[in-house]
Design a protein around this ligand. Sequence first.
Ligand code: 13P
Length: 280
Amino acid sequence: MLVSLKKILSDAEKGGYCVPAFNVYNMETVMGAIKAAEETRAPVILQIYPRLIKEECGYYLSPIVVAAAHKATVPVCFHLDHGPSELEATRIVRWGATGVMLDGSTLPFEENIALTKRVCEMCAHVDVQVEGELGHVGTTKDEDMDEFTTPEDAKRFVEETGVICLAVAVGTAHGRYKKPPKLDIERIKAIREATNNTALVLHGGSGVPDEEIKKAVKAGIRKMNFATDICYAFLDCCKEQLNAPERIIAIDNFMKKPIEAVKEFCVSRIKLVSADGKAE
Ligand code: 13P
C-alpha cells in the first residue's frame, strides 16, 4: 500500500525502529526492493534522485513505483531524494510521490530555512511531508567532512521550516568509503533531544559498519538511505552474467538474477535496521 512519509515515520517512532530508504533506478531495482519488503514484512521507502526527475527517466519510473506500492501488502512511501528546488518537488508530487526531500544544505543557513519552508508550505497543500537537510552530507570523494549538524541549528531549522524529518551530518558520506566511517552517536542523541525527538535521517548508508548502524538506530535515526550498494549489487550481477559462457539474451530472463541480487541486499539492510516484521 502507498503511504505517506508521515505515516511510515510515525509508525517507526512508535516502534523504535528505522525505515530503510532504497534508491531505485529502473523497474528491476523497484522489483528487488519490493520483493525484499514483502519477504521480510517491512515498511520501505523507495526514492529517486532529482536527476531522474529532470530527465525523461522519472516520467516512466514514477508510475512503476506507484503501481508497485499499490500492489504491495506492506507500507511503501514514494519519496524524492535530494530535491534542489520547487521544480523537482512539484513534478514528483504530480507523478504520485508521498514524500519530498528538499536539500538546501549547500545554501547559507537562512536561505536553506527559507527555501525548505516554502516547499513545506507548498507540499502541505496536497498533504505531502518534507525531509530537510542541515549540515552538508557530502560524497566520499570530498577531502573533509567538517560541516556536522549542531543541535542548536537543528532546533531552529525544524521549528521554522516545518519539516517532518531531518537529514543530519554525523560522519557519513555518499558513495564508497575509503575507510569505514565512525558515526558521532552522541551528536545524534543531542540533536534528537534538541528537536523534540524529530525523526532523523542518515544518508550515505552504503558501507557503514553494521555495529555503527545499529547504534545510530538506537540513538534515533528513523530513515536510512542506501543507494551505492544497490547499484553494485545490480551491476556486479549483470557483469557476472555477461561474462558467463552461456549468455542469456532475452532481457526479462537476464534480469531475474540482478533482481534477486538487489532483493538480497535490501533484505540484509531491512533486518539490520530492525524494520523486519513491522508491517501492519
Ligand atoms: P549511498 O549511496 O552512500 O548509499 O548513499 C545513499 C543516499 O544517502 C542517498 O541520498
